[in-house]
Structures are given as structure tokens and as C-alpha cells.
Design a protein around this ligand. Structure first.
Ligand code: SAH
Length: 211
């Protein structure tokens, strides 16, 4: 149930759902999702469903991970530098790490981040930098970023993140308080434009840090 064949079927389903970026599909094929979730759920790892991880958080549904990655990469080169808000179990981080030069990822729950750090080290994913902080403030020392992905629902996009988006960059975010919509922002000529896509469901973007 955690075999390569199962993963191939998952990727096939992503194609049926409209995912078309082959690099994204290759990344989804290569990352063993069952190693990111609690063992009790490992047998469901390749179903297209969100699953619980520690600390009341969730790993997003594979389709949403693929979709957000595809949107984020649509204008970027492989040399890109990405900022992720909400490391969680590190699955999305790992997918991105296969596709871009470097991923900076911020998580607010310290013990969750420590677990994830150990996992990513074990899986030998090294082109990432992780820190425990409130991601709403971004990571200005390493900005501007070619792409920013927020994997928790923001009522409004934190202004610091818009600021840290590079010229020509793309930001992908589930936006909204109750009902959430996947939105994509572009920065061109210093101007910000946004488009709204499908309805989504994410845990909320929260302030502060949990030790
Ligand atoms: N990308 C993750 C999804 C995890 S769920 C994965 O693949 O597993 C969203 C994560 O965002 C949770 O771990 C939550 O703790 C974190 N989060 C919520 N608000 C945050 C904030 N302000 N800064 C950093 N992380 C935040």
C-alpha cells in the first residue's frame, strides 16, 4: 500500500484532475508521502485526502499540493528561491525542494518543526532552511523570494509577504476566514494583481509561536 505502484496511481489521478506540469508529477512520484504522516494512517497515504499530522494540523490533499506547486512554478525557473509559510510535516517543502534551488520554510509550532527537521534530514533533503517563527513576517534576510506559498488560510495576505515577493514573483495562498479561496498574486512592475481560483479548506494562519 506504500509501493511505487500506489504512488504511480496517485499521480495518474492527479493527471485526471487536471494537473499537467510533468516536473510536479515527477516530484509527487518520487516523494514517499507515507513517511510524512502518522503510521496509523500510512495505508491511506496515497489516497487523495488530507490527513492528520501531529499537533492538530493536517497534511494537505495531494491534489492541492500539486495544484499549488504548479501555480507557484508557472512563471519560475529552476533556480528559484521559495518561501513557504507553514512547514507542517514537510511534505510540500520536500516537493518544492525537488523543483527549485532553495526552499525557506517557517513553522510556528516548535516541536512539530523539530520532528520535521529530523524527518527531512533522514530523507536527505538538504536544499532547505527551516525556522520556528510567525511566518506572517516572512524571512527578510533571505528575500526577495521568486515564489511564496502559504499553506495555512490567511484572512488577508500579510503585507510583509507581499513586500518580500520579488519582481515577477508569484504568491499562492488559501485566502478567507470561513469560506476560503485559492488565490494567486503576481508582482509586475511593482504592481500587485490577483486571481481567484477554486474553493479550498486549510487550517488557519495563526499568530505567535508555540514552544
Ligand atoms: N505544508 C504543510 C501543511 C501543514 S498545515 C504540509 O505539507 O504538511 C499548516 C501549517 O501551518 C501548520 O503546521 C501550522 O502550524 C502552520 N502555521 C499556521 N500559522 C502559521 C504562521 N503564522 N507561521 C508559520 N506557520 C504557521
Amino acid at each position: 500500500m506504500t509501493s511505487q505502484r500506489t504512488r504511480e496511481r496517485m499521480v495518474q489521478r492527479l493527471g485526471d484532475l487536471g494537473i499537467s506540469n510533468l516536473r510536479v508529477m515527477e516530484a509527487m512520484l518520487s516523494i514517499p508521502r507515507h513517511l510524512y504522516i502518522e503510521e496509523a494512517f500510512a495505508h491511506r497515504a496515497y489516497e487523495d485526502i488530507a490527513l492528520p499530522i501531529a499537533f492538530n494540523q493536517t497534511i494537505s490533499q495531494p491534489y492541492i499540493v500539486a495544484r499549488m506547486t504548479e501555480l507557484l512554478l508557472s512563471n519560475l525557473s529552476g533556480n528559484s528561491k521559495i518561501l513557504e509559510i507553514g512547514t507542517g510535516c514537510g511534505y510540500q517543502t520536500s516537493i518544492l525542494a525537488r523543483l527549485v534551488n532553495h526552499v525557506y520554510s517557517i513553522e510556528r509550532i516548535s516541536p512539530l518543526l523539530e520532528k520535521t527537521k529530523a524527518r527531512l534530514f533522514e530523507l536527505q533533503i538538504h536544499n532547505i532552511s527551516l525556522k520556528c517563527a510567525d511566518g506572517s513576517f516572512g524571512w527578510s534576510q533571505h528575500g526577495p523570494f521568486d515564489g511564496i506559498i502559504i499553506t495555512a488560510a490567511a484572512k488577508v495576505v500579510p503585507p510583509a509577504l507581499i513586500q518580500q515577493l520579488a519582481e515577477g514573483g508569484t504568491l499562492v495562498v488559501p485566502e478567507g476566514a470561513g469560506a476560503q479561496t485559492l488565490r494567486v498574486y503576481h508582482k509586475n512592475g511593482g504592481e500587485i494583481s490577483a486571481v481567484s481560483l477554486e474553493a479550498v479548506r486549510f487550517v488557519p494562519l495563526l499568530g505567535g509561536v508555540e514552544r
